[in-house]
Design a protein around this ligand. Structure first.
Ligand SMILES: [Fe+2]
Length: 242
């Protein structure tokens, strides 16, 4: 998983008695701080990978590999000129936005028949659960908010907050589109995935109501570019249902 962050989230602390950065004591402390920062990042990235693995084990993984989903989110974010320093949060949000589904019983999550209103209400809590998990990671506060709002609709009919349009964080709007495309083209135990062209048609149909139209139009060329490769990896074609 290509977690991208190289800079540290560990605050650089002022160390009393270290005034001259050229002194031996200063440089050894600087090295030690750098070492601790790297250890902290490596540990956090391992935790993120472990949580991603947990999603796989819970069978909530995305149909195309979750790494690809993260790559798409980053490509869309870059095309929309999001600042480069936000890409780590974009990547984590794309990977772990559904981590809260761990809190939803399998009997509901994988139910093949229609859901009762109580079951639907419980499933709809998963963005809040995702937020409550991710916000505990130091440095992932932004990603936790992106996960919280990944089921908002631009017409204000989504959940959990019913935020409209630009009030929804742009990263949440990106995750919403790529996640929907992925869900549509993916085989589930109870239904076959849609052909690529039909998934694109549905994205366009809901652009401006469910989805951010600019994000949809930014994502489509990426999906077109990648679709053949993605579907080929799944042993099928973009034009036939999986
Ligand atoms: Fe979700």
């Amino acid at each position: 998983m290509p977690l991208m962050e190289t800079q540290s989230v560990v605050a650089t602390t002022r160390i009393a008695g270290v005034g001259d950065p050229r002194s031996p004591r200063s440089s050894s402390l600087t090295l030690r701080i750098k070492e601790l920062q790297e250890q902290h990042l490596a540990f956090r990235n391992s935790l993120i990978c472990a949580f991603n693995q947990l999603l796989d084990l819970k069978d909530i993984s995305t149909g195309v590999h979750s790494t690809r989903l993260a790559e798409w989110a980053i490509r869309v974010a870059r095309k929309l000129n999001l600042p480069e320093e936000h890409m780590y949060q974009v990547e984590v949000a794309a990977l772990l936005h559904d981590i809260g589904k761990i809190g939803v019983p399998d009997s509901i999550l994988k139910k093949q028949g229609p859901l009762t209103s109580e079951e639907r209400a419980l499933i709809n809590r998963h963005p809040e659960y995702s937020w409550s998990i991710l916000r505990l990671f130091p440095g992932l506060e932004d990603a936790s908010l992106y996960a919280l709002h990944h089921h908002e609709n631009v017409d204000g009919t989504g959940y959990p907050a019913g935020l409209p349009g630009q009030d929804i964080p742009i990263v949440s709007r990106i995750v919403s589109v790529i996640d929907a495309y992925d869900a549509m083209v993916t085989n589930r135990c109870y239904r076959k995935g849609l052909p690529h062209a039909e998934a694109i048609r549905r994205l366009l149909e809901s652009a401006g109501t469910q989805f951010d139209a600019e994000v949809v139009h930014t994502f489509i060329p990426i999906a077109e570019q990648e679709a053949a490769e993605v579907f080929a990896a799944a042993g099928t074609s973009t034009s036939a249902a999986l």
